[in-house]
Design a protein around this ligand. Sequence first.
Ligand SMILES: Nc1ncnc2c1ncn2[C@@H]1O[C@H](COP(=O)(O)OP(=O)(O)O)[C@@H](O)[C@H]1O
Ligand SMILES: [Mg+2]
Length: 320
Amino acid sequence: MLEIQQLHKVFPNGVVALDGVDLFVPRGEILGVIGRSGTGKSTLIRCINRLEEPTSGSILLDGRDVTRMRGGELRATRRRLGMIFQQFNLLTSRTAAENVALPLEVAGAGRAERRRRALELLALVGLEDRAGSYPSQLSGGQKQRVGIARALAAEPSVLLSDEATSALDSETTDSVLDLLRRINAELGVTVLLITHELDVVRRVCDSVALLDAGRVVESGPLGEVVARTGSALATGLLPSLGRVEVGESEIALDVVLLDDDADERLAAALTDGARVEARATERIGDRRVTRALVVTDDAADAPRLADELRVRGARAEVAR
Ligand SMILES: Nc1ncnc2c1ncn2[C@@H]1O[C@H](COP(=O)(O)OP(=O)(O)O)[C@@H](O)[C@H]1O
Ligand SMILES: [Mg+2]
């Protein structure tokens, strides 16, 4: 479990990169932290592993405050935080297996043990046949797999990923995200995943926090966020309905319903003259999410229709 309370970071030049961040990542979950460039995402990760000294606040890792740790305790804690980087940060003079073994070397493991673990981890990420390859002989996706294997070498309880897929094409991104999801499920490792892409959040995260100017401005489990009225995150996470033609005199409601009985509730709410013009269903986080465009030719009836939908637990907003 990772809990961050009122974290502040002011750089010596006066830049306030973190302005009171509160975050909670339950054990075994994947939390996505999303935000524009320059909003403090990398600073947040660098404070968690103390590459930057936080100005104030606390970072509780399994109940112990990382900001107060010194010496041996800090080094041991850093080993329990696996890092994955956008630019992979592999040593070019070392093979894949030797890169993966690096954290084990630092931890003082013997040669045979390092070799055994490195091969095991490379197999876990699907690179058992590339153990002897150098980074220059690997594709971007393969390099990131080596980076993930290395991050797992010291059996971390938390993985910190800073834009891990930002340097990869979309197909490779998908396979790396699938790998992270599988590792999370198989090893139970908690993941804090930093990204500027909502698509990444939708694909792998259980919950999401939106960072803006060094603060968390919205957060929650994906399945809840998408059903919120006025959510800055919902639009980007919801299934797209494509282009829909709506008549001049008609009113369209953008409707979101959670869970399996969405269709029945939608049908029950429809009043005379209203129809479902488009609908899409997707699993988002741990919920089944249905989005529908409900159109009525009776503009005066639209508020009543919206109420009928809300009574049945739907989010209903006038689409235009
Ligand atoms: N070492 C530093 N000294 C001064 N300002 C910094 C330093 N590192 C980052 N910043 C500033 O802190 C803010 C947040 O940066 P960063 O955490 O890298 O954002 P993000 O990762 O979201 O793009 C930016 O305004 C950036 O210019
Ligand atoms: Mg960054």
